[in-house]
Design a protein around this ligand. Structure first.
Ligand SMILES: Nc1nc2c(ncn2[C@@H]2O[C@H](COP(=O)(O)OP(=O)(O)OP(=O)(O)O)[C@@H](O)[C@H]2O)c(=O)[nH]1
Length: 852
């Protein structure tokens, strides 16, 4: 196909834009409008359409030829030229005469050969290096009188068929009217007016100028003086049937057409605005307008995409990795940057602050702080014996020291032995604290090195080195704490300032310790100290079993209270926790609930009483996660709610009569007195030791683990990495990263190219403004019979036609209508009316028979 030079000129432009956008992952950015030809029977629609494409391939002839809509999709391909029908998939038609025959045959297949019609379209795709990706629609001609197999309502049916296509706001309408018929009766113009009352997307085409009666011409119509259209009329002279039969070449025909306009006295002045070439130019200009119209939004999309990539591309450039090439010398520098980043992040996560503060959970330094000051004091109470157990132990110690004799005096050794056993119980919670901090440090390291996962070897090596060092620190710290326990065991300092001694009444900081050491009345006097507040969910506080509710729990050193909410106004219960024990466990998911899946359970109960509170034997609490449970457990421990011993342990404390063994001790009043004295001392001394541990263990951990880790990462990590391997190898990127980087850089370049293309296209093309609306008193501009259907939203029609066209005034306004509205006033008819006042319409041209 080469009969449409203008369209061919647009091909490289569209392809360039399309290619540029395919590169950046956007397809079909330019969706060109459809073009439909509408007109009466034999008006020359198919001829006009063919001329638009510039290739012979449509059936033409007398009578109704187009009897099914033909949807012609033009597809640009670099090589070859062929057609394909949807109804004959896979078959390539390289001979365009064959295409014409196939259209005829397919029309007959659906409609029969006796002039029947059908609204089922024939879909033809033409592939060619000479076409734009464009859809053209050839529609059956409007006819009024049914012939052959045509249904009685043929006019109505064809009208519906046409409307289906032209009512789409993106469809350009070529309203074809033969010059040798009455323009005022043009169905094409009427239909176009219905769907496009403003005339934005309608182009009037006047065919068969050559067939007008001698002495008549269509000058006035072409000058847009009769039934004016916003875009005016374009006159064309298509090939006659004889030309077609004589195989007149399309180019030859266009040359003849041009000659016709130049030589015709009535048309000479408008020769530049007439003919097939001008129609092509007008259509191509519309397509150009459309292309130009989409460019600004494409540009802004590209600019957005470019901005989003800019910072990463800059980073690659800094690292010498742009342009798809890697600068090997940059690798050690990059490694340093990565290590610095890890150092910085580690420091930030431990010391707090920074830009990326976690707002969902405690982590890093804050978590370690919680472990030190919240959990660890609780853990220290874990191995602690309750009052009865302690008395029992002291009682046994005293009796074992006295041996066979009954001692008169309280033996110091019993105090020391008991204290030592108690000091030993401080080692496991201290180790637990070390282990928890170590786990947290490891988590922090993992988070820090996650950011360098694009360099898997470097990440693995850092993990290896840092984790190894952390293990060393942990081991060392454990040894130190063990040493600390041994130090405490080595000398029981009863001269300690805070030790209660024989006369002293020193008080421990911890209220609980005093409670254990003092009398009941003393306990009552102590002011309750707050330990922890928070939401917990429970299943058994005044609710049907199985249901659960959240309450605001407040734990004091001697009581647990719960409230409706944080305001603490509506108190639900106040539970004194003396003697209360706990069991904690992880429960299987039961599905649903206030905290999602209730898994972390703590049960409080009173081993020596039937009910804990009201009619409940126990209080079951659910924490929202493991951390929360751990915090509550530690808090309960601090409040003196210890973990319940197993049944076995309890049995050990009882003898055959189920009487607590230690109670028997008190059958000896002297022993009872001695036990009481030692118990007071033990509690006082242990309060001192616990206080020391509470203070010194976190200090050890900070010194031997946290700070050492910081120093290691800051100072030793880099040399250790150099020792571990070649930076170039360590800095090897993951395949994903290489691909990602290449893609990103490719995309970045493609975006820039696409922007350049847009600028080029904008510079090389120009928009034609939409002519101003025409005003006419004649019938064409009268309200359409179907106004509702015809009122299209302006924005919709803008889809295909430039917004800018609307606002700008046309360079040369079309002439105002003369006001003459005679049906055929366009034709300059010098000849007088025929006698008898008959119609002035010329007789319809006799059409030669269609060749078979
Ligand atoms: N002399 C002359 N003949 C024309 C012109 N335009 C079309 N014809 C002839 O008119 C006849 C009908 O042309 P088509 O292009 O088939 O018209 P159509 O509107 O597609 O016809 P239907 O699809 O049957 O409605 C053909 O024989 C054409 O050669 C023209 O400008 N001048």
């Amino acid at each position: 196909m080469s009969g449409n030079v203008g369209m061919e000129a647009l091909i490289p432009i569209v392809n360039k834009v399309q290619d540029a956008f395919t590169q950046v992952g956007m397809n079909s950015v330019i969706d060109l409008p459809q073009i439909a030809v509408v007109g009466g029977q034999s008006a020359g629609k198919s001829s006009v359409l063919e001329n638009c494409v510039g290739k012979d391939f449509l059936p033409r002839g007398s009578g109704i030829v187009t009897r099914r809509p033909l949807i012609l999709q033009l597809n640009y391909v670099e090589k070859g030229e062929w057609g394909e029908f949807l109804h004959a998939k896979g078959k390539k038609f390289t001979d365009f005469d064959e295409i014409r025959r196939e259209i005829e045959a397919e029309t007959d297949r659906m409609t029969g050969s006796n002039k029947g019609i059908s609204d089922i379209p024939i879909n033809l795709r033409v592939f060619s290096p000479h076409v734009l990706n464009l859809t053209l629609i050839d529609l059956p001609g409007i006819t009024k009188v049914p012939i052959g197999d045509q249904p009685p309502d043929i006019e109505f049916q064809i009208r519906g068929m046409i409307m289906q296509f032209i009512s789409k706001p993106s469809c350009l309408i070529l309203a074809v009217t033969p010059a040798n018929s009455d323009l005022a009766n043009s169905d094409a113009l009427k239909l176009a007016k219905e769907v496009d009352p403003e005339g934005i997307r309608t182009i009037g085409v006047l065919t068969k100028l050559d067939l007008m009666d001698d002495g008549t011409d269509a000058k006035e119509i072409l000058d847009n003086k009769v039934l004016p259209l916003r875009r005016g009329y374009i006159g064309v002279v298509n090939r006659s049937q004889r030309d077609i039969e004589g195989k007149k070449d399309i180019k030859q025909a266009q040359a003849a057409e041009r000659k016709y306009f130049l030589s015709h006295p009535a048309y000479r002045h408008l020769a530049e605005r007439a003919g097939t070439a001008f129609l092509q130019k007008t259509l191509n200009q519309q397509l150009t307008n459309h292309i130009r119209e989409v460019l600004p939004s494409l540009r802004s999309k590209l600019e957005q995409q470019l901005t989003s990539m800019e910072s990463e591309v800059k980073e690659f450039k800094n690292l010498g990795m742009s342009g798809g090439r890697e600068d090997k010398s940059a690798k050690p520098r990059m490694m340093m940057q990565m290590v610095n980043r890890v150092t910085h992040d580690f420091e930030e996560m431990i010391e707090g602050g920074g830009n990326h503060v976690d707002t969902t959970s405690l982590s890093g330094g804050a978590k370690i702080n919680t472990i030190f000051h919240f959990r660890f004091p609780g853990y220290l109470n874990e191995g602690r014996l309750d009052e009865k157990e302690l008395r029992k132990e002291i009682g046994f110690a005293i009796r074992n020291i006295h041996g066979v004799r009954s001692g008169l005096f309280t033996p110091d050794a019993a105090f020391e032995m008991t204290v030592k056993r108690q000091i030993e119980t401080l080692a496991p919670p201290s180790m637990k604290c070390i282990q928890q901090v170590s786990t947290e440090l490891h988590e922090v390291i993992m988070k820090c090195i996650d950011k360098i996962k694009n360099y898997p070897r470097l990440q693995a090596e850092i993990d290896n080195l840092v984790s190894g060092y952390l293990r060393e620190c942990e081991t060392h710290c454990r040894e130190q704490i063990q040493q600390l326990v041994e130090v405490e065991l080595s000398y029981i300092n009863t001269n300690h300032d805070d030790f209660i001694g024989f006369n002293s009444t020193a008080k421990d900081e911890s209220v609980k310790d005093v409670q254990n050491a003092g009398s009941e009345s003393q306990q009552q006097k102590d002011v309750s100290k707050l330990i922890k507040k928070g939401w917990l969910s429970t299943t058994n506080v005044g609710l049907t079993k199985g249901l659960s509710r959240e309450y605001w729990f407040v734990l004091y050193t001697d009581a647990l209270a719960w409230f409706k909410d944080e305001s603490e106004r509506d108190q639900k219960y106040y539970l004194t926790i003396d003697g209360v024990k706990m069991k904690s466990s992880e429960e299987e998911e039961e599905g649903g609930g206030l905290f999602g899946h209730r898994k972390f359970k703590i049960q409080l109960f009173h081993p020596n009483a039937r009910y804990l509170f009201r009619e409940y034997r126990e209080l079951t609490l659910y924490a929202k996660d493991e951390d929360d449970m751990e915090d509550w457990r530690a808090s309960f421990l601090r409040a003196g709610i210890y973990t319940h011993r197993s049944q076995m342990d309890m049995e050990d404390l009882e003898d055959e009569d189920h009487k607590p063994k230690f109670e028997r001790l008190f059958e000896d009043p002297q022993l009872e007195r001695q036990v009481e004295v030692i118990r007071t001392y033990v509690n006082s001394y242990m309060a001192i030791v616990r206080k020391t541990f509470k203070d010194i263990v976190p200090k050890h951990i900070m010194c031997l683990m946290v700070n050492k880790m910081k120093v290691f990462i800051e100072i030793e990590l880099m040399p250790s990495l150099y020792g571990a391997g070649n930076p170039a190898e360590l800095m090897e990127e993951s395949e994903d990263e290489v691909r990602r980087r290449q893609e990103l850089l490719g995309m970045y370049d493609a975006c820039k190219d696409a922007l350049k293309t847009i600028s080029e296209v904008t510079a090389k093309t120009s928009s034609t403004p939409l002519p101003a609306p025409v005003h006419s008193n004649n019938h064409h501009s009268a309200p359409s019979p179907n106004m509702n259907a015809s009122r299209m939203p302006k924005s919709d029609s803008a889809h295909s036609l430039s917004q800018s066209q609307r606002s700008r005034p046309p360079p040369d306004l079309p002439n105002r209508p003369t006001g003459r509205s005679a049906p055929n006033a366009g034709a300059t008819r010098p000849a007088p009316a025929p006698p008898g006042g008959g119609s002035r319409r010329p007789p319809p041209p006799s059409r030669p028979a269609r060749p078979n």
